[in-house]
Design a protein around this ligand. Structure first.
Ligand code: NI
Length: 175
């Protein structure tokens, strides 16, 4: 396993439409391990493959709740989502130092496979539901800043553009 470099806002890979994983092989399992190691090293609760420069549909998640599942999901699909939404602050390991309130469905059901090729079904609410939706967005090249108002996005991007590399690297991200 190894810690990979997390790509930051401005890197084109974060805007890529990622490809489905065709075969869950050793290379995919190595990526799964690296996503988890990189996520934990960065103290994040989720990390998607494009965030380490790989355009594949898979991500790691762990909201640090003993009651909640954690792991890596491959080729995830959102099969259900609640009409009810909630607004909570979010960050992103690729945009460290920026946090904004994002409105998302409160509950989702996500299906995919794990790194051993087993089917996974996640029925999530609260922080896990938010994490899964945030990471799923990454696979379509969508960032949480795309889900806030144009005004707030401009403010956030202005703040981001004024931050030094060191400030960004030392700021806590989350997802
Ligand atoms: Ni993120």
């Amino acid at each position: 396993m190894s810690v990979r470099t997390i790509k930051l806002l401005g890197d084109d890979v974060l805007r890529a439409e990622c490809e489905p994983v065709e075969t869950v092989d050793d290379e995919v399992r190595r990526l799964a391990d690296d996503l988890q190691e990189t996520m934990y090293e960065a103290d994040g609760i989720g990390l998607a493959a494009p965030q380490v420069g790989v355009e594949l549909r898979m991500f790691a998640y762990d909201v640090r709740d003993p009651e909640a599942p954690a792991g890596v999901i491959i080729n995830p699909e959102i099969v259900e989502q609640s009409d009810e939404t909630e607004k909570e602050p979010e960050g992103c390991l690729s945009i460290p130092g920026i946090r904004e309130v994002v409105e998302r469905p409160t509950r989702v059901v996500m299906e995919g496979t794990d790194p051993h090729g087993r089917e996974v079904r996640l029925e999530a609410d609260g922080l896990l539901a938010r994490c899964l939706q945030h990471e799923y967005d990454h696979l379509d090249g969508v960032l949480f800043l795309d889900r806030i108002s144009a005004f707030k996005r401009k403010m956030a991007l202005d703040k981001w553009s004024k931050m030094s590399e060191e400030e960004r690297r030392s700021a806590a991200g989350a997802l």
